[in-house]
Design a protein around this ligand. Structure first.
Ligand SMILES: [Ca+2]
Ligand SMILES: [Ca+2]
Length: 150
């Protein structure tokens, strides 16, 4: 007897305990999860997104960027980490997940400035634009969260 379904079909089920560590938003046909807490490293943030069957948010265009800014402004935080890194080559921004180049940027004035080797990126609350951020948490006075999408 044959089956219509591939034998190795794997369905991801989110870790419900981890889902509680995020605020959930719907928009543009996607689901977004904003972390309630800050991140230690971008790798940790990416791993946490994976447990939700999601990935660190990749901002494809201005519509998505505007939605993320709206989400960010509703949060008590200083900024939000998104996907994209130039750690392999300075100024060459790529997604770790796919290896593809980041195609949408909305840098704030003077950014990216790579202060002390900032190789990750995110949105800064109140400015509605992107900064390059450190990939590990070192901003003592910042409350920097991260965003997953699926
Ligand atoms: Ca950099
Ligand atoms: Ca910067």
């Amino acid at each position: 007897m044959s089956s219509y379904f591939p034998v190795n079909c794997q369905v991801c089920s989110p870790n419900m305990k981890n889902v509680d560590l995020f605020y959930k938003y719907e928009g543009l046909g996607k689901t977004y999860y904003i972390s309630k807490g800050k991140f230690n490293t971008d790798v940790e943030a990416m791993d946490m997104c994976k447990t939700l069957c999601a990935y660190l948010a990749e901002i494809d265009d201005q519509a998505e960027g505007d939605l993320v800014i709206k989400m960010l402004e509703s949060q008590d935080t200083t900024g939000m980490l998104i996907a994209g890194s130039d750690r392999s080559k300075e100024g060459d921004w790529k997604y770790d997940r796919t290896g593809r180049h980041v195609k949408y940027f909305n840098w704030c004035n003077g950014e990216p400035n790579n202060v002390k080797n900032e190789d990750c990126m995110g949105y800064k609350k109140g400015l509605s634009c992107m900064w390059d951020y450190s990939c590990y948490y070192r901003y003592k006075n910042f409350h920097l969260r991260y965003l997953c999408e699926v």
